[in-house]
Design a protein around this ligand. Sequence first.
Ligand code: PLP
Length: 493
Amino acid sequence: MFSRRLYQSLVNDRNEHPERFNATRERVEEIVYLVLGPDATSVVEQVRRIVGEPRAHIDERQGHAIAELLGDECSTHQLNRIADTLMDSEISTGEAIDVHERYKIPVSALEKDIIPVRGDGAWIIDTKGRAYLDMDSNYSATNLGMSNPEIARGLYNQATQLISMKEDRVHIPRTRFLKTIRGMTPEGLDCFYWQNSGGEAVDKAIKIAKAYTGEKGVVAMKGGFHGRTHGAVAVTENRAYREPFFLDDEDWVHFVEFNDLDAIEALFKQGAAKTVILELVQGEEAGIRPAERDFAKKLRKLCDEHGAVMIVDEIQSGFGRTAEKEGQWFASDVYGVVPDIITIGKSFGGGYPVTAVVTNREISDAMQPGYDGSTFGGNPMAMVAAMIATRQMRELNITANVIARCGQLRKGLEKLAKKHDALHEVRGLGLMIAIRLSSETLVGDVQAALRERRVKASLSTREWLRFLPLLVITESDVDYLLNALDGALMSVG
Ligand SMILES: Cc1ncc(COP(=O)(O)O)c(C=O)c1O
């Protein structure tokens, strides 16, 4: 019997879904096997007779014939599962991987173990209909849920009204954003230069600091990470990121050990630098390493004494991730300092790309019209996402959840450290948490064992396995993670 629901998932209604195609035969086969198991063979043979080419998109006639065939062969429950999984993706897992392997410039290792198609809270669902608890939150960007209906509605409304407007021009969505963000950023930091990625924001923060100080020297920390643009890479210590691009010998950058005030002071005194950039919790490169408690305040004092600009990169740590008390939106708040400049990103748009340099009026005034510019910086869509995301963070009282879940997670991890010899150390601040295992190889094994237990934990730095869960993670999600980790450590032990 012909199944209309299935037909609608096979043959796309372009008015409803301009972002999709008709299904491919290969995808139909993949899902039929998933839902029917080995019994699918004869059905698949019939599907092949209807459509010849595996990766061609079926036409209406073929869609009709398949909807009739499967309507006869499957139960209602099976038909619904097939239709739902097709709506998640009309393209097969194999084809998605193949085109990425063929056409993506391989700047990074391709993650192809899980291909997410949908999100629900802290969970993602992959092309095979499997749900995973996400411990990566897309490098800490999707903190308000892997899907977000309120942001989606706002973006849709904005796109149908006015999709883009350059950085220079006054517009209303940005005005709304500026009215909403008030009181969230550290005291006095209320001037924004919007960008699209974290690396860009770091680049522009350095330019602004140079314009203000009139000096080119910048101090950066060993073990820090600031992104992949030319400027951001230049201040990221890992040589492997800089060397291929001849950025390993920049005369304006000076690396010092994290927490080493004397080294910074010496550079200030020599006149080698008048800007310092750092993360207060080193994320990517150091395997989550918070600065020493009094370091930030002492650095603030040192910068004041030398008239130096203190840039804190809050791209990963910002918007509540590191909170110890409610309302501590930035790591700077936790450390009790007001930097001269912060860079923000990731969480800022609830997953939509929007970043910014935020500074005070005095530093901001060092920039003159014509010094910089951006086509997309602070565009209406980005401002809608940032306005709704920051409002949600406050309305959800997200820092309270960070504090509660951090307590629960740390307690559970400490308990596991006592139980499993391979787990040596737990370290972090708020929901930037890492565990140190016996070796890098073991980290890989535990990641694989976690994947089998439906936890996506793809972040690691050498022997550190890093957890950056979504900030909306629930109590039962954390219990799920701890159980899975216990099982994973047991299985590799
Ligand atoms: C502290 C910090 N700064 C900058 C960046 C770069 O951000 P993006 O990848 O958006 O360019 C990152 C990304 O991980 C980061 O963690």
